[in-house]
Design a protein around this ligand. Structure first.
Ligand code: NAD
Ligand code: GLY
Length: 369
């Protein structure tokens, strides 16, 4: 098992990574779970597959789980679901000093985390992420949110969990497509700040995707450690350091919006393609060598992730995609900062990108292949 600290003064916590951690919840959470009945907000699929493991673990410490099921899918990050959940938590008598468990992927982590951020002005919560994306990204760092009619993740709060248990065994039941989507975020950590990790993934990526224990634990732990370092430096995304985690997200967000934020394009898939586009655009500006842009494309292909917009069969042009970018919540006083690359492992924030040039670039990308 690897243990990664997230150093945030009074809000510091640990992320445990390894197989079989759900069974060790009472031991690892210790006094955080102080009552006999423990509220668990769960993705319905995660509960069906892994709920028994959690029930058994809590039984072992003389406790019981109080289950709250969340329907799988992005639609659950809504005002109505937030209202239903907060009412349920209040009905269970959850107090500020209690810790609610969030079992599932990023949808449940974001929803439950936000409910806990506002419940009685903030109660505790523990993340039990069961998707690769949630383990390496969404469960760590304290961003919580729901979606509104105006867009994704537009209403939320920074609210750090008190503990994260990334049980690698839970990934065994994850659909392969979801696993690959999560792998895009793993690859992202290499591309944005760790060339050595990027090289390591070139040899070990297939082992990670095959869930080989040693490689998987190493990849997840390195990814979380990278995120923990960045979050510790810039918890609220004010200095620019945390914004680098958005590599691939500006292009990706536009593609997700054009695809209607549907199963047609999963978030991780959009990030992978967005990362390739950020690399190609960096090369077009002369900041990244074409060879490095090609290596990023190859790494994406090797993971079975799409690296060409054409694969999405979108019916739009570059201007329409840039139009979606203008609704990005990263817009800042009329400019949109882009995360671009000077090399593999050398991401930087560019606030001078001309959106009409991006539209032309995207037109070329839509036409090619
Ligand atoms: P998700 O939560 O929708 O889960 C994906 C699918 O996997 C769902 O169908 C779910 O039922 C299923 N599932 C979950 N665990 C499973 C398991 N062990 N076995 C079988 N099936 C399982 O998707 P996600 O990719 O985990 O998260 C995406 C969400 O995360 C988005 O809403 C995104 O906005 C958010 N996100 C948040 C942050 C953050 O920093 N807070 C970062 C990245 C993404
Ligand atoms: N997923 C980006 C962040 O946590 O900042």
């Amino acid at each position: 098992m690897a243990v990664i600290p997230v150093d945030l003064a009074g809000r510091s916590y640990k992320v445990h990574v390894g197989p079989g951690l759900l069974a060790r919840l009472p031991e690892l959470a210790g006094p955080l779970l102080r009552k006999p009945a423990v509220p668990v907000v769960a993705d319905a699929n995660a509960r069906r597959l892994w709920g028994a493991a959690l029930d058994e673990a809590l039984r072992g410490s003389g406790q019981t789980a109080l289950w709250y099921d969340v329907a799988p899918g992005e639609a659950s990050k809504s005002w109505s679901e937030l209202e239903r959940l907060t009412n349920w938590l209040l009905a269970q008598g959850v107090e500020r000093g209690d810790h609610v468990l969030a079992l599932g992927g990023g949808v449940v982590g974001d929803l439950a985390g936000f409910a806990c951020a506002i419940l009685k002005r903030g109660c505790g919560f523990i993340q039990l992420p069961t998707t690769l994306l949630a383990q390496v990204d969404s469960s760590v760092g304290g961003k919580t949110a729901i979606n509104t009619a105006a867009g994704k993740n537009l209403v939320g709060a920074f609210h750090q969990p008190a503990l994260v248990l990334a049980d690698l065994a839970t990934l065994a039941t994850l659909p392969p497509r979801e696993l690959r989507a999560g792998y895009a975020e793993v690859l992202k950590y290499g591309v944005l700040g760790d060339a050595q990790f990027f090289d390591w993934l070139a040899g070990n990526g297939p082992k990670v995707l095959a869930l080989e224990e040693k490689a998987l634990e190493q990849a997840v732990a390195i990814s979380i450690a990278a995120k923990a370092r960045i979050v510790a430096e810039d918890e609220r995304e004010t200095s620019g350091a945390r914004a680098l985690l958005n590599l691939g997200h500006t292009f990706g967000h536009a593609l997700e919006a054009e695809a209607g934020f549907s199963d047609r394009l999963l978030h991780g898939e959009a990030v992978a393609l967005g990362m390739v586009l950020a690399a190609r655009y960096s090369a077009r500006l002369g900041h990244l060598s074409p060879a490095d842009a090609e290596r990023i494309t190859s790494a994406t292909d090797a993971a079975g992730l799409a690296s060409e917009i054409a694969a999405l069969a979108l019916d739009c042009d570059g201007t329409a995609l840039v139009g979606h970018m203008l609704h990005d919540k990263k817009m800042d006083a009329g400019t949109l900062p882009f995360v671009l690359l000077r090399g593999i492992g050398e991401a930087y924030l560019d606030r001078e990108v001309a959106l009409d040039d991006v539209a032309l670039f995207l037109d070329e990308q839509l036409r090619s292949h």
